[in-house]
Design a protein. Structure first.
Length: 582
């Protein structure tokens, strides 16, 4: 996903809420018998409403705080519980390890979550080039790549200096209807959001962009559903790999962060009126490919903490070997001037944050962020595509998947002009690739035939289609084909259809600039219907059919939505899915 603007006002994600209440406090009591709620309610209610005593409701277990809602949205009547801790601070000996639950405390200090938290992050310098190139490409205008490279700043942008940035960032937000507390409403469906950002950037509110009010309003009912969003560790903090991490740490720690947040929802969402058996997880880009890894986690063995998943443009570079994770690990050690993982744990937080930001900014190849999910033999025993085709995934899930029409554009280097450039791109993005695999890609799957037969007319477009298939477009097909009777698929075909475009439609709230309101309303109706009824349907009665044997896909355009057969290349995707390119 294209990185979000990072200079939004502090706590921009909270501006949608009116700070008109001092709401319910959820308090932990560490007793030998039963935990209970101790709360005083001073809620600003309308004249027709009366405050209800909340004094004997159950309380959050295993938390370090009594958590009080920070605000109430007066229109939708939703409370905002911000920055709830779901894991201990992953610092010191816990750095680069699986997260653990907060310890129970003897005393409980009430907090309203007013202190925002953002995990350390940055993005590759190629994203700056990309932001200049894409508009020109879409308009058919020339682009001077060398000039763009020459004008790049030497240090990462301000995202890494956001004052909220801290390693102690594993917090989540809960947006819950007022009726869950005043009328004791329960059994509500839950929607959990996992942000994208290439596994190197992003945060739970999207710097104000992930405003769930539009989705909550689209439910058209009171009380609707509950919305949850969490932070998870990024870059080296969440996805450091290599042999040392495997033996004395946790590979894919960021996935374990997400997993712990899902488990938190299972344990505590009933306190907000939610139903732990009606949980839908939703993500875009890296968030969606994270969910793809959870669907296939541990090869489908054990429990999974959700019932449904919505995955928009699941994107990640599939690494079947440890070559890239090991190279990134060694590169970071060299930059820090340390010689072991243990020494890396001793590096001051501000030093590690700055160095990892510089590493990703300066060393990531075009279209990459150096870090992301890798095969670890545990939560990721093989590539998700391989696990899906083998039936090694969590069964009895209902899913909705989607991709856009021009996913590969933002990840394709503008300077690719020749076949040598194309081959160099392949070797740089997947250095573990065998000569035989490169030959298959170059001569069979994506041959240098530029008459449009293969979906491209020049070398740049050939690279674009190759990246698009291998990194994004094939993933929804893998998922839907593995569970055709319980999968729904969307092709988001609103021009220009670039990667990440649909997110503004998902979180459309009124007249959002550059968003077709009719399309956004339709997409939100599909999402909300899926969350609440397990079938994506629009208010006009249009229902997305299951993927099925016919490979049904709902093509969403500005004028209409129509069902087509999945046009993603099955032959090319089948080759990528096998993972036999090491």
């Amino acid at each position: 996903m294209l990185p979000h603007e990072h200079l939004f006002p502090l706590f921009a994600g909270l501006l949608m809420f009116l700070l008109t209440i001092q709401a319910k406090a959820i308090c932990v009591q560490n007793t030998s018998s039963v935990s209970y709620l101790e709360a005083s309610v001073a809620t600003s209610l309308t004249a027709s409403e009366t405050a209800t005593s909340l004094a004997e409701e159950p309380c959050l277990h295993n938390t370090q705080e009594c958590h009080q809602a920070i605000s109430l949205n007066e229109t939708g009547r939703y409370f905002n519980f911000s920055n709830i801790r779901y894991a201990q601070a992953p610092i010191g000996n816990l750095r680069f390890r699986e997260p653990i639950e907060p310890a129970i405390q003897d005393t409980c200090v009430v907090t309203n979550g007013s202190i925002g938290r953002v995990c350390p992050q940055t993005s590759g310098n190629w994203t700056t080039i990309n932001s200049q190139f894409v508009p020109k490409y879409l308009q058919g205008l020339p682009f001077d790549y060398d000039s763009a490279v020459g004008s790049l700043p030497t240090s990462p942008p301000a995202v890494s200096t956001d004052p909220r940035t801290t390693e102690d960032c594993l917090f989540l937000d809960v947006i819950a209807p007022q009726s869950a507390f005043t009328q004791k409403t329960s059994g509500l469906p839950v929607l959990v959001w996992v942000y994208g950002g290439g596994y190197s950037s992003g945060e739970k509110t999207g710097y104000g962009k992930f405003n769930p009010v539009g989705l909550l309003t689209a439910s058209g009912s009171d009380p609707g559903f509950i919305f949850v969003a969490m932070n998870y560790r990024l870059g080296a903090f969440g996805f450091l790999g290599g042999d040392e991490v495997e033996s004395d740490g946790t590979m894919n720690a960021g996935l374990y962060d997400q997993r712990l947040a899902f488990q938190w929802v299972q344990k505590y969402i009933h306190l907000f009126g939610g139903d732990q058996d009606r949980v839908t997880v939703m993500g875009a880009s890296a968030g969606a490919s994270s969910l793809m890894h959870h669907v296939t986690s541990f090869g489908g063995v054990g429990e999974i903490a959700f019932n449904q998943a919505i995955m928009f443009s699941p994107a990640f570079l599939p690494y079947p070997t440890s070559d890239i994770p090991t190279a990134s690990f060694n590169d970071l050690m060299n930059m820090l001037n340390v010689s072991s993982l243990e020494e890396m744990r001793q590096v001051p937080s501000e030093t590690l944050i700055a160095t990892n930001a510089l590493q990703i900014y300066s060393h990531a190849p075009y279209g990459s962020t150096l870090y992301g999910p890798t095969v670890d033999g545990a939560i990721s025993p093989a590539l998700p595509g391989q696990l899906l085709v083998d039936g090694s995934f969590h069964q009895n899930l209902t899913i909705m998947v989607a991709h856009n029409t021009l996913e590969g554009l933002i990840f394709t280097k503008p300077s690719i002009k020749t076949s040598d450039d194309y081959l160099a791109m392949l070797r740089q993005s997947m250095p573990q690739m065998s000569d035989e695999a490169i030959s298959t890609i170059n001569n069979t799957l994506y041959p240098a035939v530029f008459d449009g037969t293969y979906g491209y007319t020049d070398e740049f477009q050939r690279a674009l289609v190759t990246i698009q298939d291998s990194v994004i477009d094939c993933n929804p097909q893998y998922l839907a084909s593995a569970m055709p009777k319980s999968a729904y698929s969307i092709l988001f075909a609103v021009p220009p259809g670039i990667h990440g475009e649909e997110t503004a439609y998902v979180f459309q709230n009124g007249a959002t600039a550059g968003v077709d309101t009719d399309v956004a309303d339709r997409l939100q109706q599909y999402i909300v219907s899926f969350v609440m009824n397990s079938v994506p349907a629009a208010s006009d009665g249009t229902v997305i059919p299951t993927y099925g044997a016919a490979s049904n896909v709902m093509k969403m355009q500005a004028s209409e939505s129509t069902v087509i057969a999945d046009d993603t290349s099955k032959a090319r995707c089948s080759w990528w899915q096998q993972g036999n390119y090491a």
